[in-house]
Design a protein around this ligand. Sequence first.
Ligand code: NAP
Length: 232
Amino acid sequence: MRYAVLGTGVVGRTIAGKLDSLGHEAVIGTRDPQATLARAEPDAYGNPPYSRWQAGHPQVRLATFAEAAAHGEVVVNTTAGVSSLQALRSAGASNLAGKLVIDIANPLDASQGMPPSLDPVNTDSLGEQIQRAFPDAKVVKTLNTMNAQIMVDPARVPGEHTVFVSGDDTEAKGAVSELLVSFGWPATAIIDLGDITTARGAEMLLPIWLRLYGALGHTDFNFHIQGGHHSA
Ligand code: NAP
């Protein structure tokens, strides 16, 4: 399958690397490929520059947001949440139309200091904003409630733990569940929360996630909904 992974941060790299290792054709999208490759400093989170990761993954191509989205049969949004709408507009509505758009981003706003706050929140969500802005896309929110490494390697956290999916299109959510299983998630770990408005709850887990990170001092943890099976 051809995937566009929009975003060059640790999430985009991790998802694209996993898709590539599973035999998919992943193209990563960025604002300006030359500028991204030319960066020599670690990013704001201390991750090595993109070019270092790219050197180890020569088969994953770097392109503009629009070129990547045109390539993808499926588009994955791993851009900074406050800029995701802008990034997706650069990708182009026509390159998203009719496609599954997997949204992993969190709308974290650090402009007022740390810890960041959510914008939108409570009565809206980034997942919904994306679905409203691109009504012809099939937006599914998932994987945003855990660290990037766990997304593609759930066994990093012992025992069963939970991944949520939210979206209006049942078939699209089915395709995402299959992808999650291919990433190593047991089908029983996946909870379909409902339509895209349920992304509000998944995004609103971020304040507690950030505080857990502060309290525990590491990121190898995840939420587990005990008894989280669907009733018959
Ligand atoms: P990030 O630093 O949050 O985002 C990097 C990406 O955002 C880059 O591709 C960058 O474009 C793009 N971007 C930044 N400002 C932009 C703008 N003004 N217009 C267009 N694009 C812009 O990277 P990350 O840490 O990998 O996180 C990605 C997303 O996943 C975030 O929404 C985050 O909240 C969410 N998330 C992260 C984790 C984690 O473990 N880090 C876990 C769960 C969810 P360029 O490539 O052009 O620089």
